[in-house]
Design a protein. Sequence first.
Length: 142
Amino acid sequence: MPQAKDRWLSSVWLRYIRFMKIKYLVVFSCLSLLSSPSMSGEADVIAVKVQPQAGHRYDFSVTVNHADSGWDHYANRWEILDGDGKIIASRVLLHPHVSEQPFTRSLSGVEIPAGVTQVRVRAHDLVHQYGGAELVVDLVPQ
């Protein structure tokens, strides 16, 4: 009789150990995925409002969506580019917006070169750099 009891206890113990290994493996895998930089994705420009000012100057309000995770991975700027890809202006974002998504920031008095009637707005993050959604905006003079 003691051998059967020992086998039963051994069997229960082995099942418990297997269960705990699987449990910790699942928890570890989930934590690894959540902390992975790729989970935060690229910074997307989801809205742009442009207000013409005097001359060739414009005020831009740009809304960016990015799963900022802290100082090591956040959207750190957005840029306005001409049709040839030359950067006209850049708005630096000085801190992560972990609990404020999406967020909108403005840049006033941007001088657009004469003849440019359309600009592209893109965002940048510390890990992926570029690659998220960009928006093309037609400029209407004042």
